[in-house]
Design a protein around this ligand. Sequence first.
Ligand SMILES: NC(=O)c1ccc[n+]([C@@H]2O[C@H](COP(=O)([O-])OP(=O)(O)OC[C@H]3O[C@@H](n4cnc5c(N)ncnc54)[C@H](O)[C@@H]3O)[C@@H](O)[C@H]2O)c1
Ligand SMILES: N[C@@H](CCC=O)C(=O)O
Length: 515
Amino acid sequence: MVLPFIHEPFTDFKDETNQKEFEAALKKVKSELGKDYPLVINGEKIYTDDKLVSVNPSNKNQVVGSVSKATTQHVDQAMKAANEALKTWRTWTPEERAEVLYRAAAIVRRRKHEFSAWLVYDAGKPWDQADGDTAEGIDFMEYYAREMVELGKGKEINDRVGENNTYFYQPMGPGVTIPPWNFAFAIVCGTTVAPIVAGNPVLLKPSENTPVIAYKLVEALEEAGLPKGVLSFVPGDPKEIGDYLVDHPQTHFVNFTGSRATGVRIMERAAKVQEGQNFLKRVVAEMGGKDTIIVDNDADLDLAADSIVNSAFGFSGQKCSACSRAIIHKDVYDEVLEKSIELTKALTVGNTSEDNVYMGPVVNQKQLEKIRDYIEVGKDEGVLAYGGETDDSEGYFVHPTIFKDLDPKARIMQEEIFGPVVGFTKAENFDELLDIANNTEYGLTGAVISNNRSHLNRARYEFHVGNLYFNRGCTAAIVGYQPFGGFKMSGTDSKAGGPDYLQHFLEAKTVTEKF
Ligand SMILES: NC(=O)c1ccc[n+]([C@@H]2O[C@H](COP(=O)([O-])OP(=O)(O)OC[C@H]3O[C@@H](n4cnc5c(N)ncnc54)[C@H](O)[C@@H]3O)[C@@H](O)[C@H]2O)c1
Ligand SMILES: N[C@@H](CCC=O)C(=O)O
C-alpha cells in the first residue's frame, strides 16, 4: 500500500551525530571530485572532448567534475530515442510509472547526505540548504508519483440518457527540461520527473553551473528502472544547443525555470510553428522575483527582523523567493532595521565544503561581479547600513548587505540582484505598504508581518504574488503544502509541487459513445 504523502524531514545539524555523518559524506564526495561524466542518450553513455567544467564556488581551484557537452547532433539523436521510447513508456500504467519514482526517491533518501554533499561542492550550498534541496527533490518524486496515480483515474463527467462520456489524460510527446542552478537537485528533479511520470520522454539540459549533481539524478532514475530513451541527459552550452532544443519540431513542451530574460526568449521562440511541426508547444516558464516583506505598525518586530534576515540571506539570497525588499511602516522602521542589522552581524560566511556556516559563496565570478555592481548602485541610491564587502580571492564570497532609505523606484528596489542584498524603504500607512509591494514587474513571493486581521485580509487579495505568507518569511515553500509559482513577469504560475502541475504535461481527452 502506498502511504499518504508527507514531506521529507530536514536534518538537524545541531545534533552531533548528524554533523559527523554529513562530514563523512563530504569526505566521500571529496574523494570522488574531478571525474568525467558522459551524456546519456538512449541508455548509452557518450563522452565528448568538449567539456563543461564545474568548480566548487567556495574554492574556485577545486574541480568538481567535467561533463561532456552535447552538440545539436546529439539533440537529434536524443529526440529520436525519445520518440521511440514514447511508444512503450506511454503504455505503462500510471502506477507502474509512479513506482519508478518511488524507487528513485528511496535510492536518494538512502544516500541523502551524499546527494547534499554533491550540492555543497557543485553549487556552494550551506549544509542545511543542501539538505533542504535534496529533501525537496525526494518530495517532488513522491508527490508527483501519487498525483499521477490519481490523475490516471481521469475525472467524473456527466452522462445523458443513451450516451456515455469519459474524460481522461494522456501524454503529449517528448519535451525538454531546462532548469536553473540554484536548486540544482530539487528543481532539476521536479521539472524532469513530472513530465516523465505523465508518460513523456524528456531531454534534460542542466545548468552549465551545476551539471554534476544533475548527472547523479540521472543515475538514480536509471537505477530505479527508468527505461532507456525516456530520459536523455544533454548538458551543453546554452548558446550552442539552447535555441535548438526549444525550436526542435519534435519538442512538445519546454519545462523551463530560470531568469526572466531566458524565459521570455523561450516563450517567444516556442510560439513559432516550425516546419514539420503539427502541434502547438506548451511552455512552462518559472522566472525571477523581486520579493517583498512588508511590516505593519502592529507587528511582532523580532519576528519581522528574523523573517527579513533569513529570507534575504539564506543561500546568499540566491533564491527566486529571496526577500530583496523590506517595506516597513514608518512607526517601526528604525526598530526593525536595527534588529535586522543585529541579527545579520551574527551570520557566519565561509567555505561550505569545510564548515557548517550560515552563508557560503555565490555561484560564480559573473554573479559576484553583478552583485558587486549592484552594491555600488545601492551606495548611490540609498545608504549602506551594513555589509557591502566581497572577496573573490579563493571563492566567490559576498557578505550580507543591507541598504536603507531607498526610493521604492530605485534600481536595487526593482531589479532582481540574486545575491545577499536587501533594501529597506519606509511607508506612511498600510495602503502605501501594499502599493510599494506591488510596484515591480515581478509577482513571485511576498510576506506580511502584522497582527492586524483586516490588513491581513486585504493583503490576501491585494498583494499580487503567487506565494503569499503571513507572519513568516517568504522563502522555503514545501512540496504539497505550498504549491509554487509566480504572477506577472515571474512566470506562468505553474504551481510546482501542487495538484495542477502535472496537467501542464498531459492532454485531456473526452470520449463519447452513443448507445
Ligand atoms: N520561479 C521559480 O520557480 C524559480 C526557481 C529558481 C530560479 N528561478 C530564477 O532563475 C534565475 C537563476 O537561474 P539561472 O541563472 O540558471 O537562469 P538562466 O536563465 O541564466 O538559466 C536557466 C537555464 O536556462 C538555460 N539557458 C540559458 N540560455 C538559454 C537559451 N537561449 N535557450 C535555452 N536555454 C537557455 C541555462 O543553461 C539554464 O539551464 C533567477 O532569475 C531566479 O529567480 C526561478
Ligand atoms: N521554492 C523555493 C524557491 C525556488 C527558487 O529559487 C522557495 O520557496 O524558497
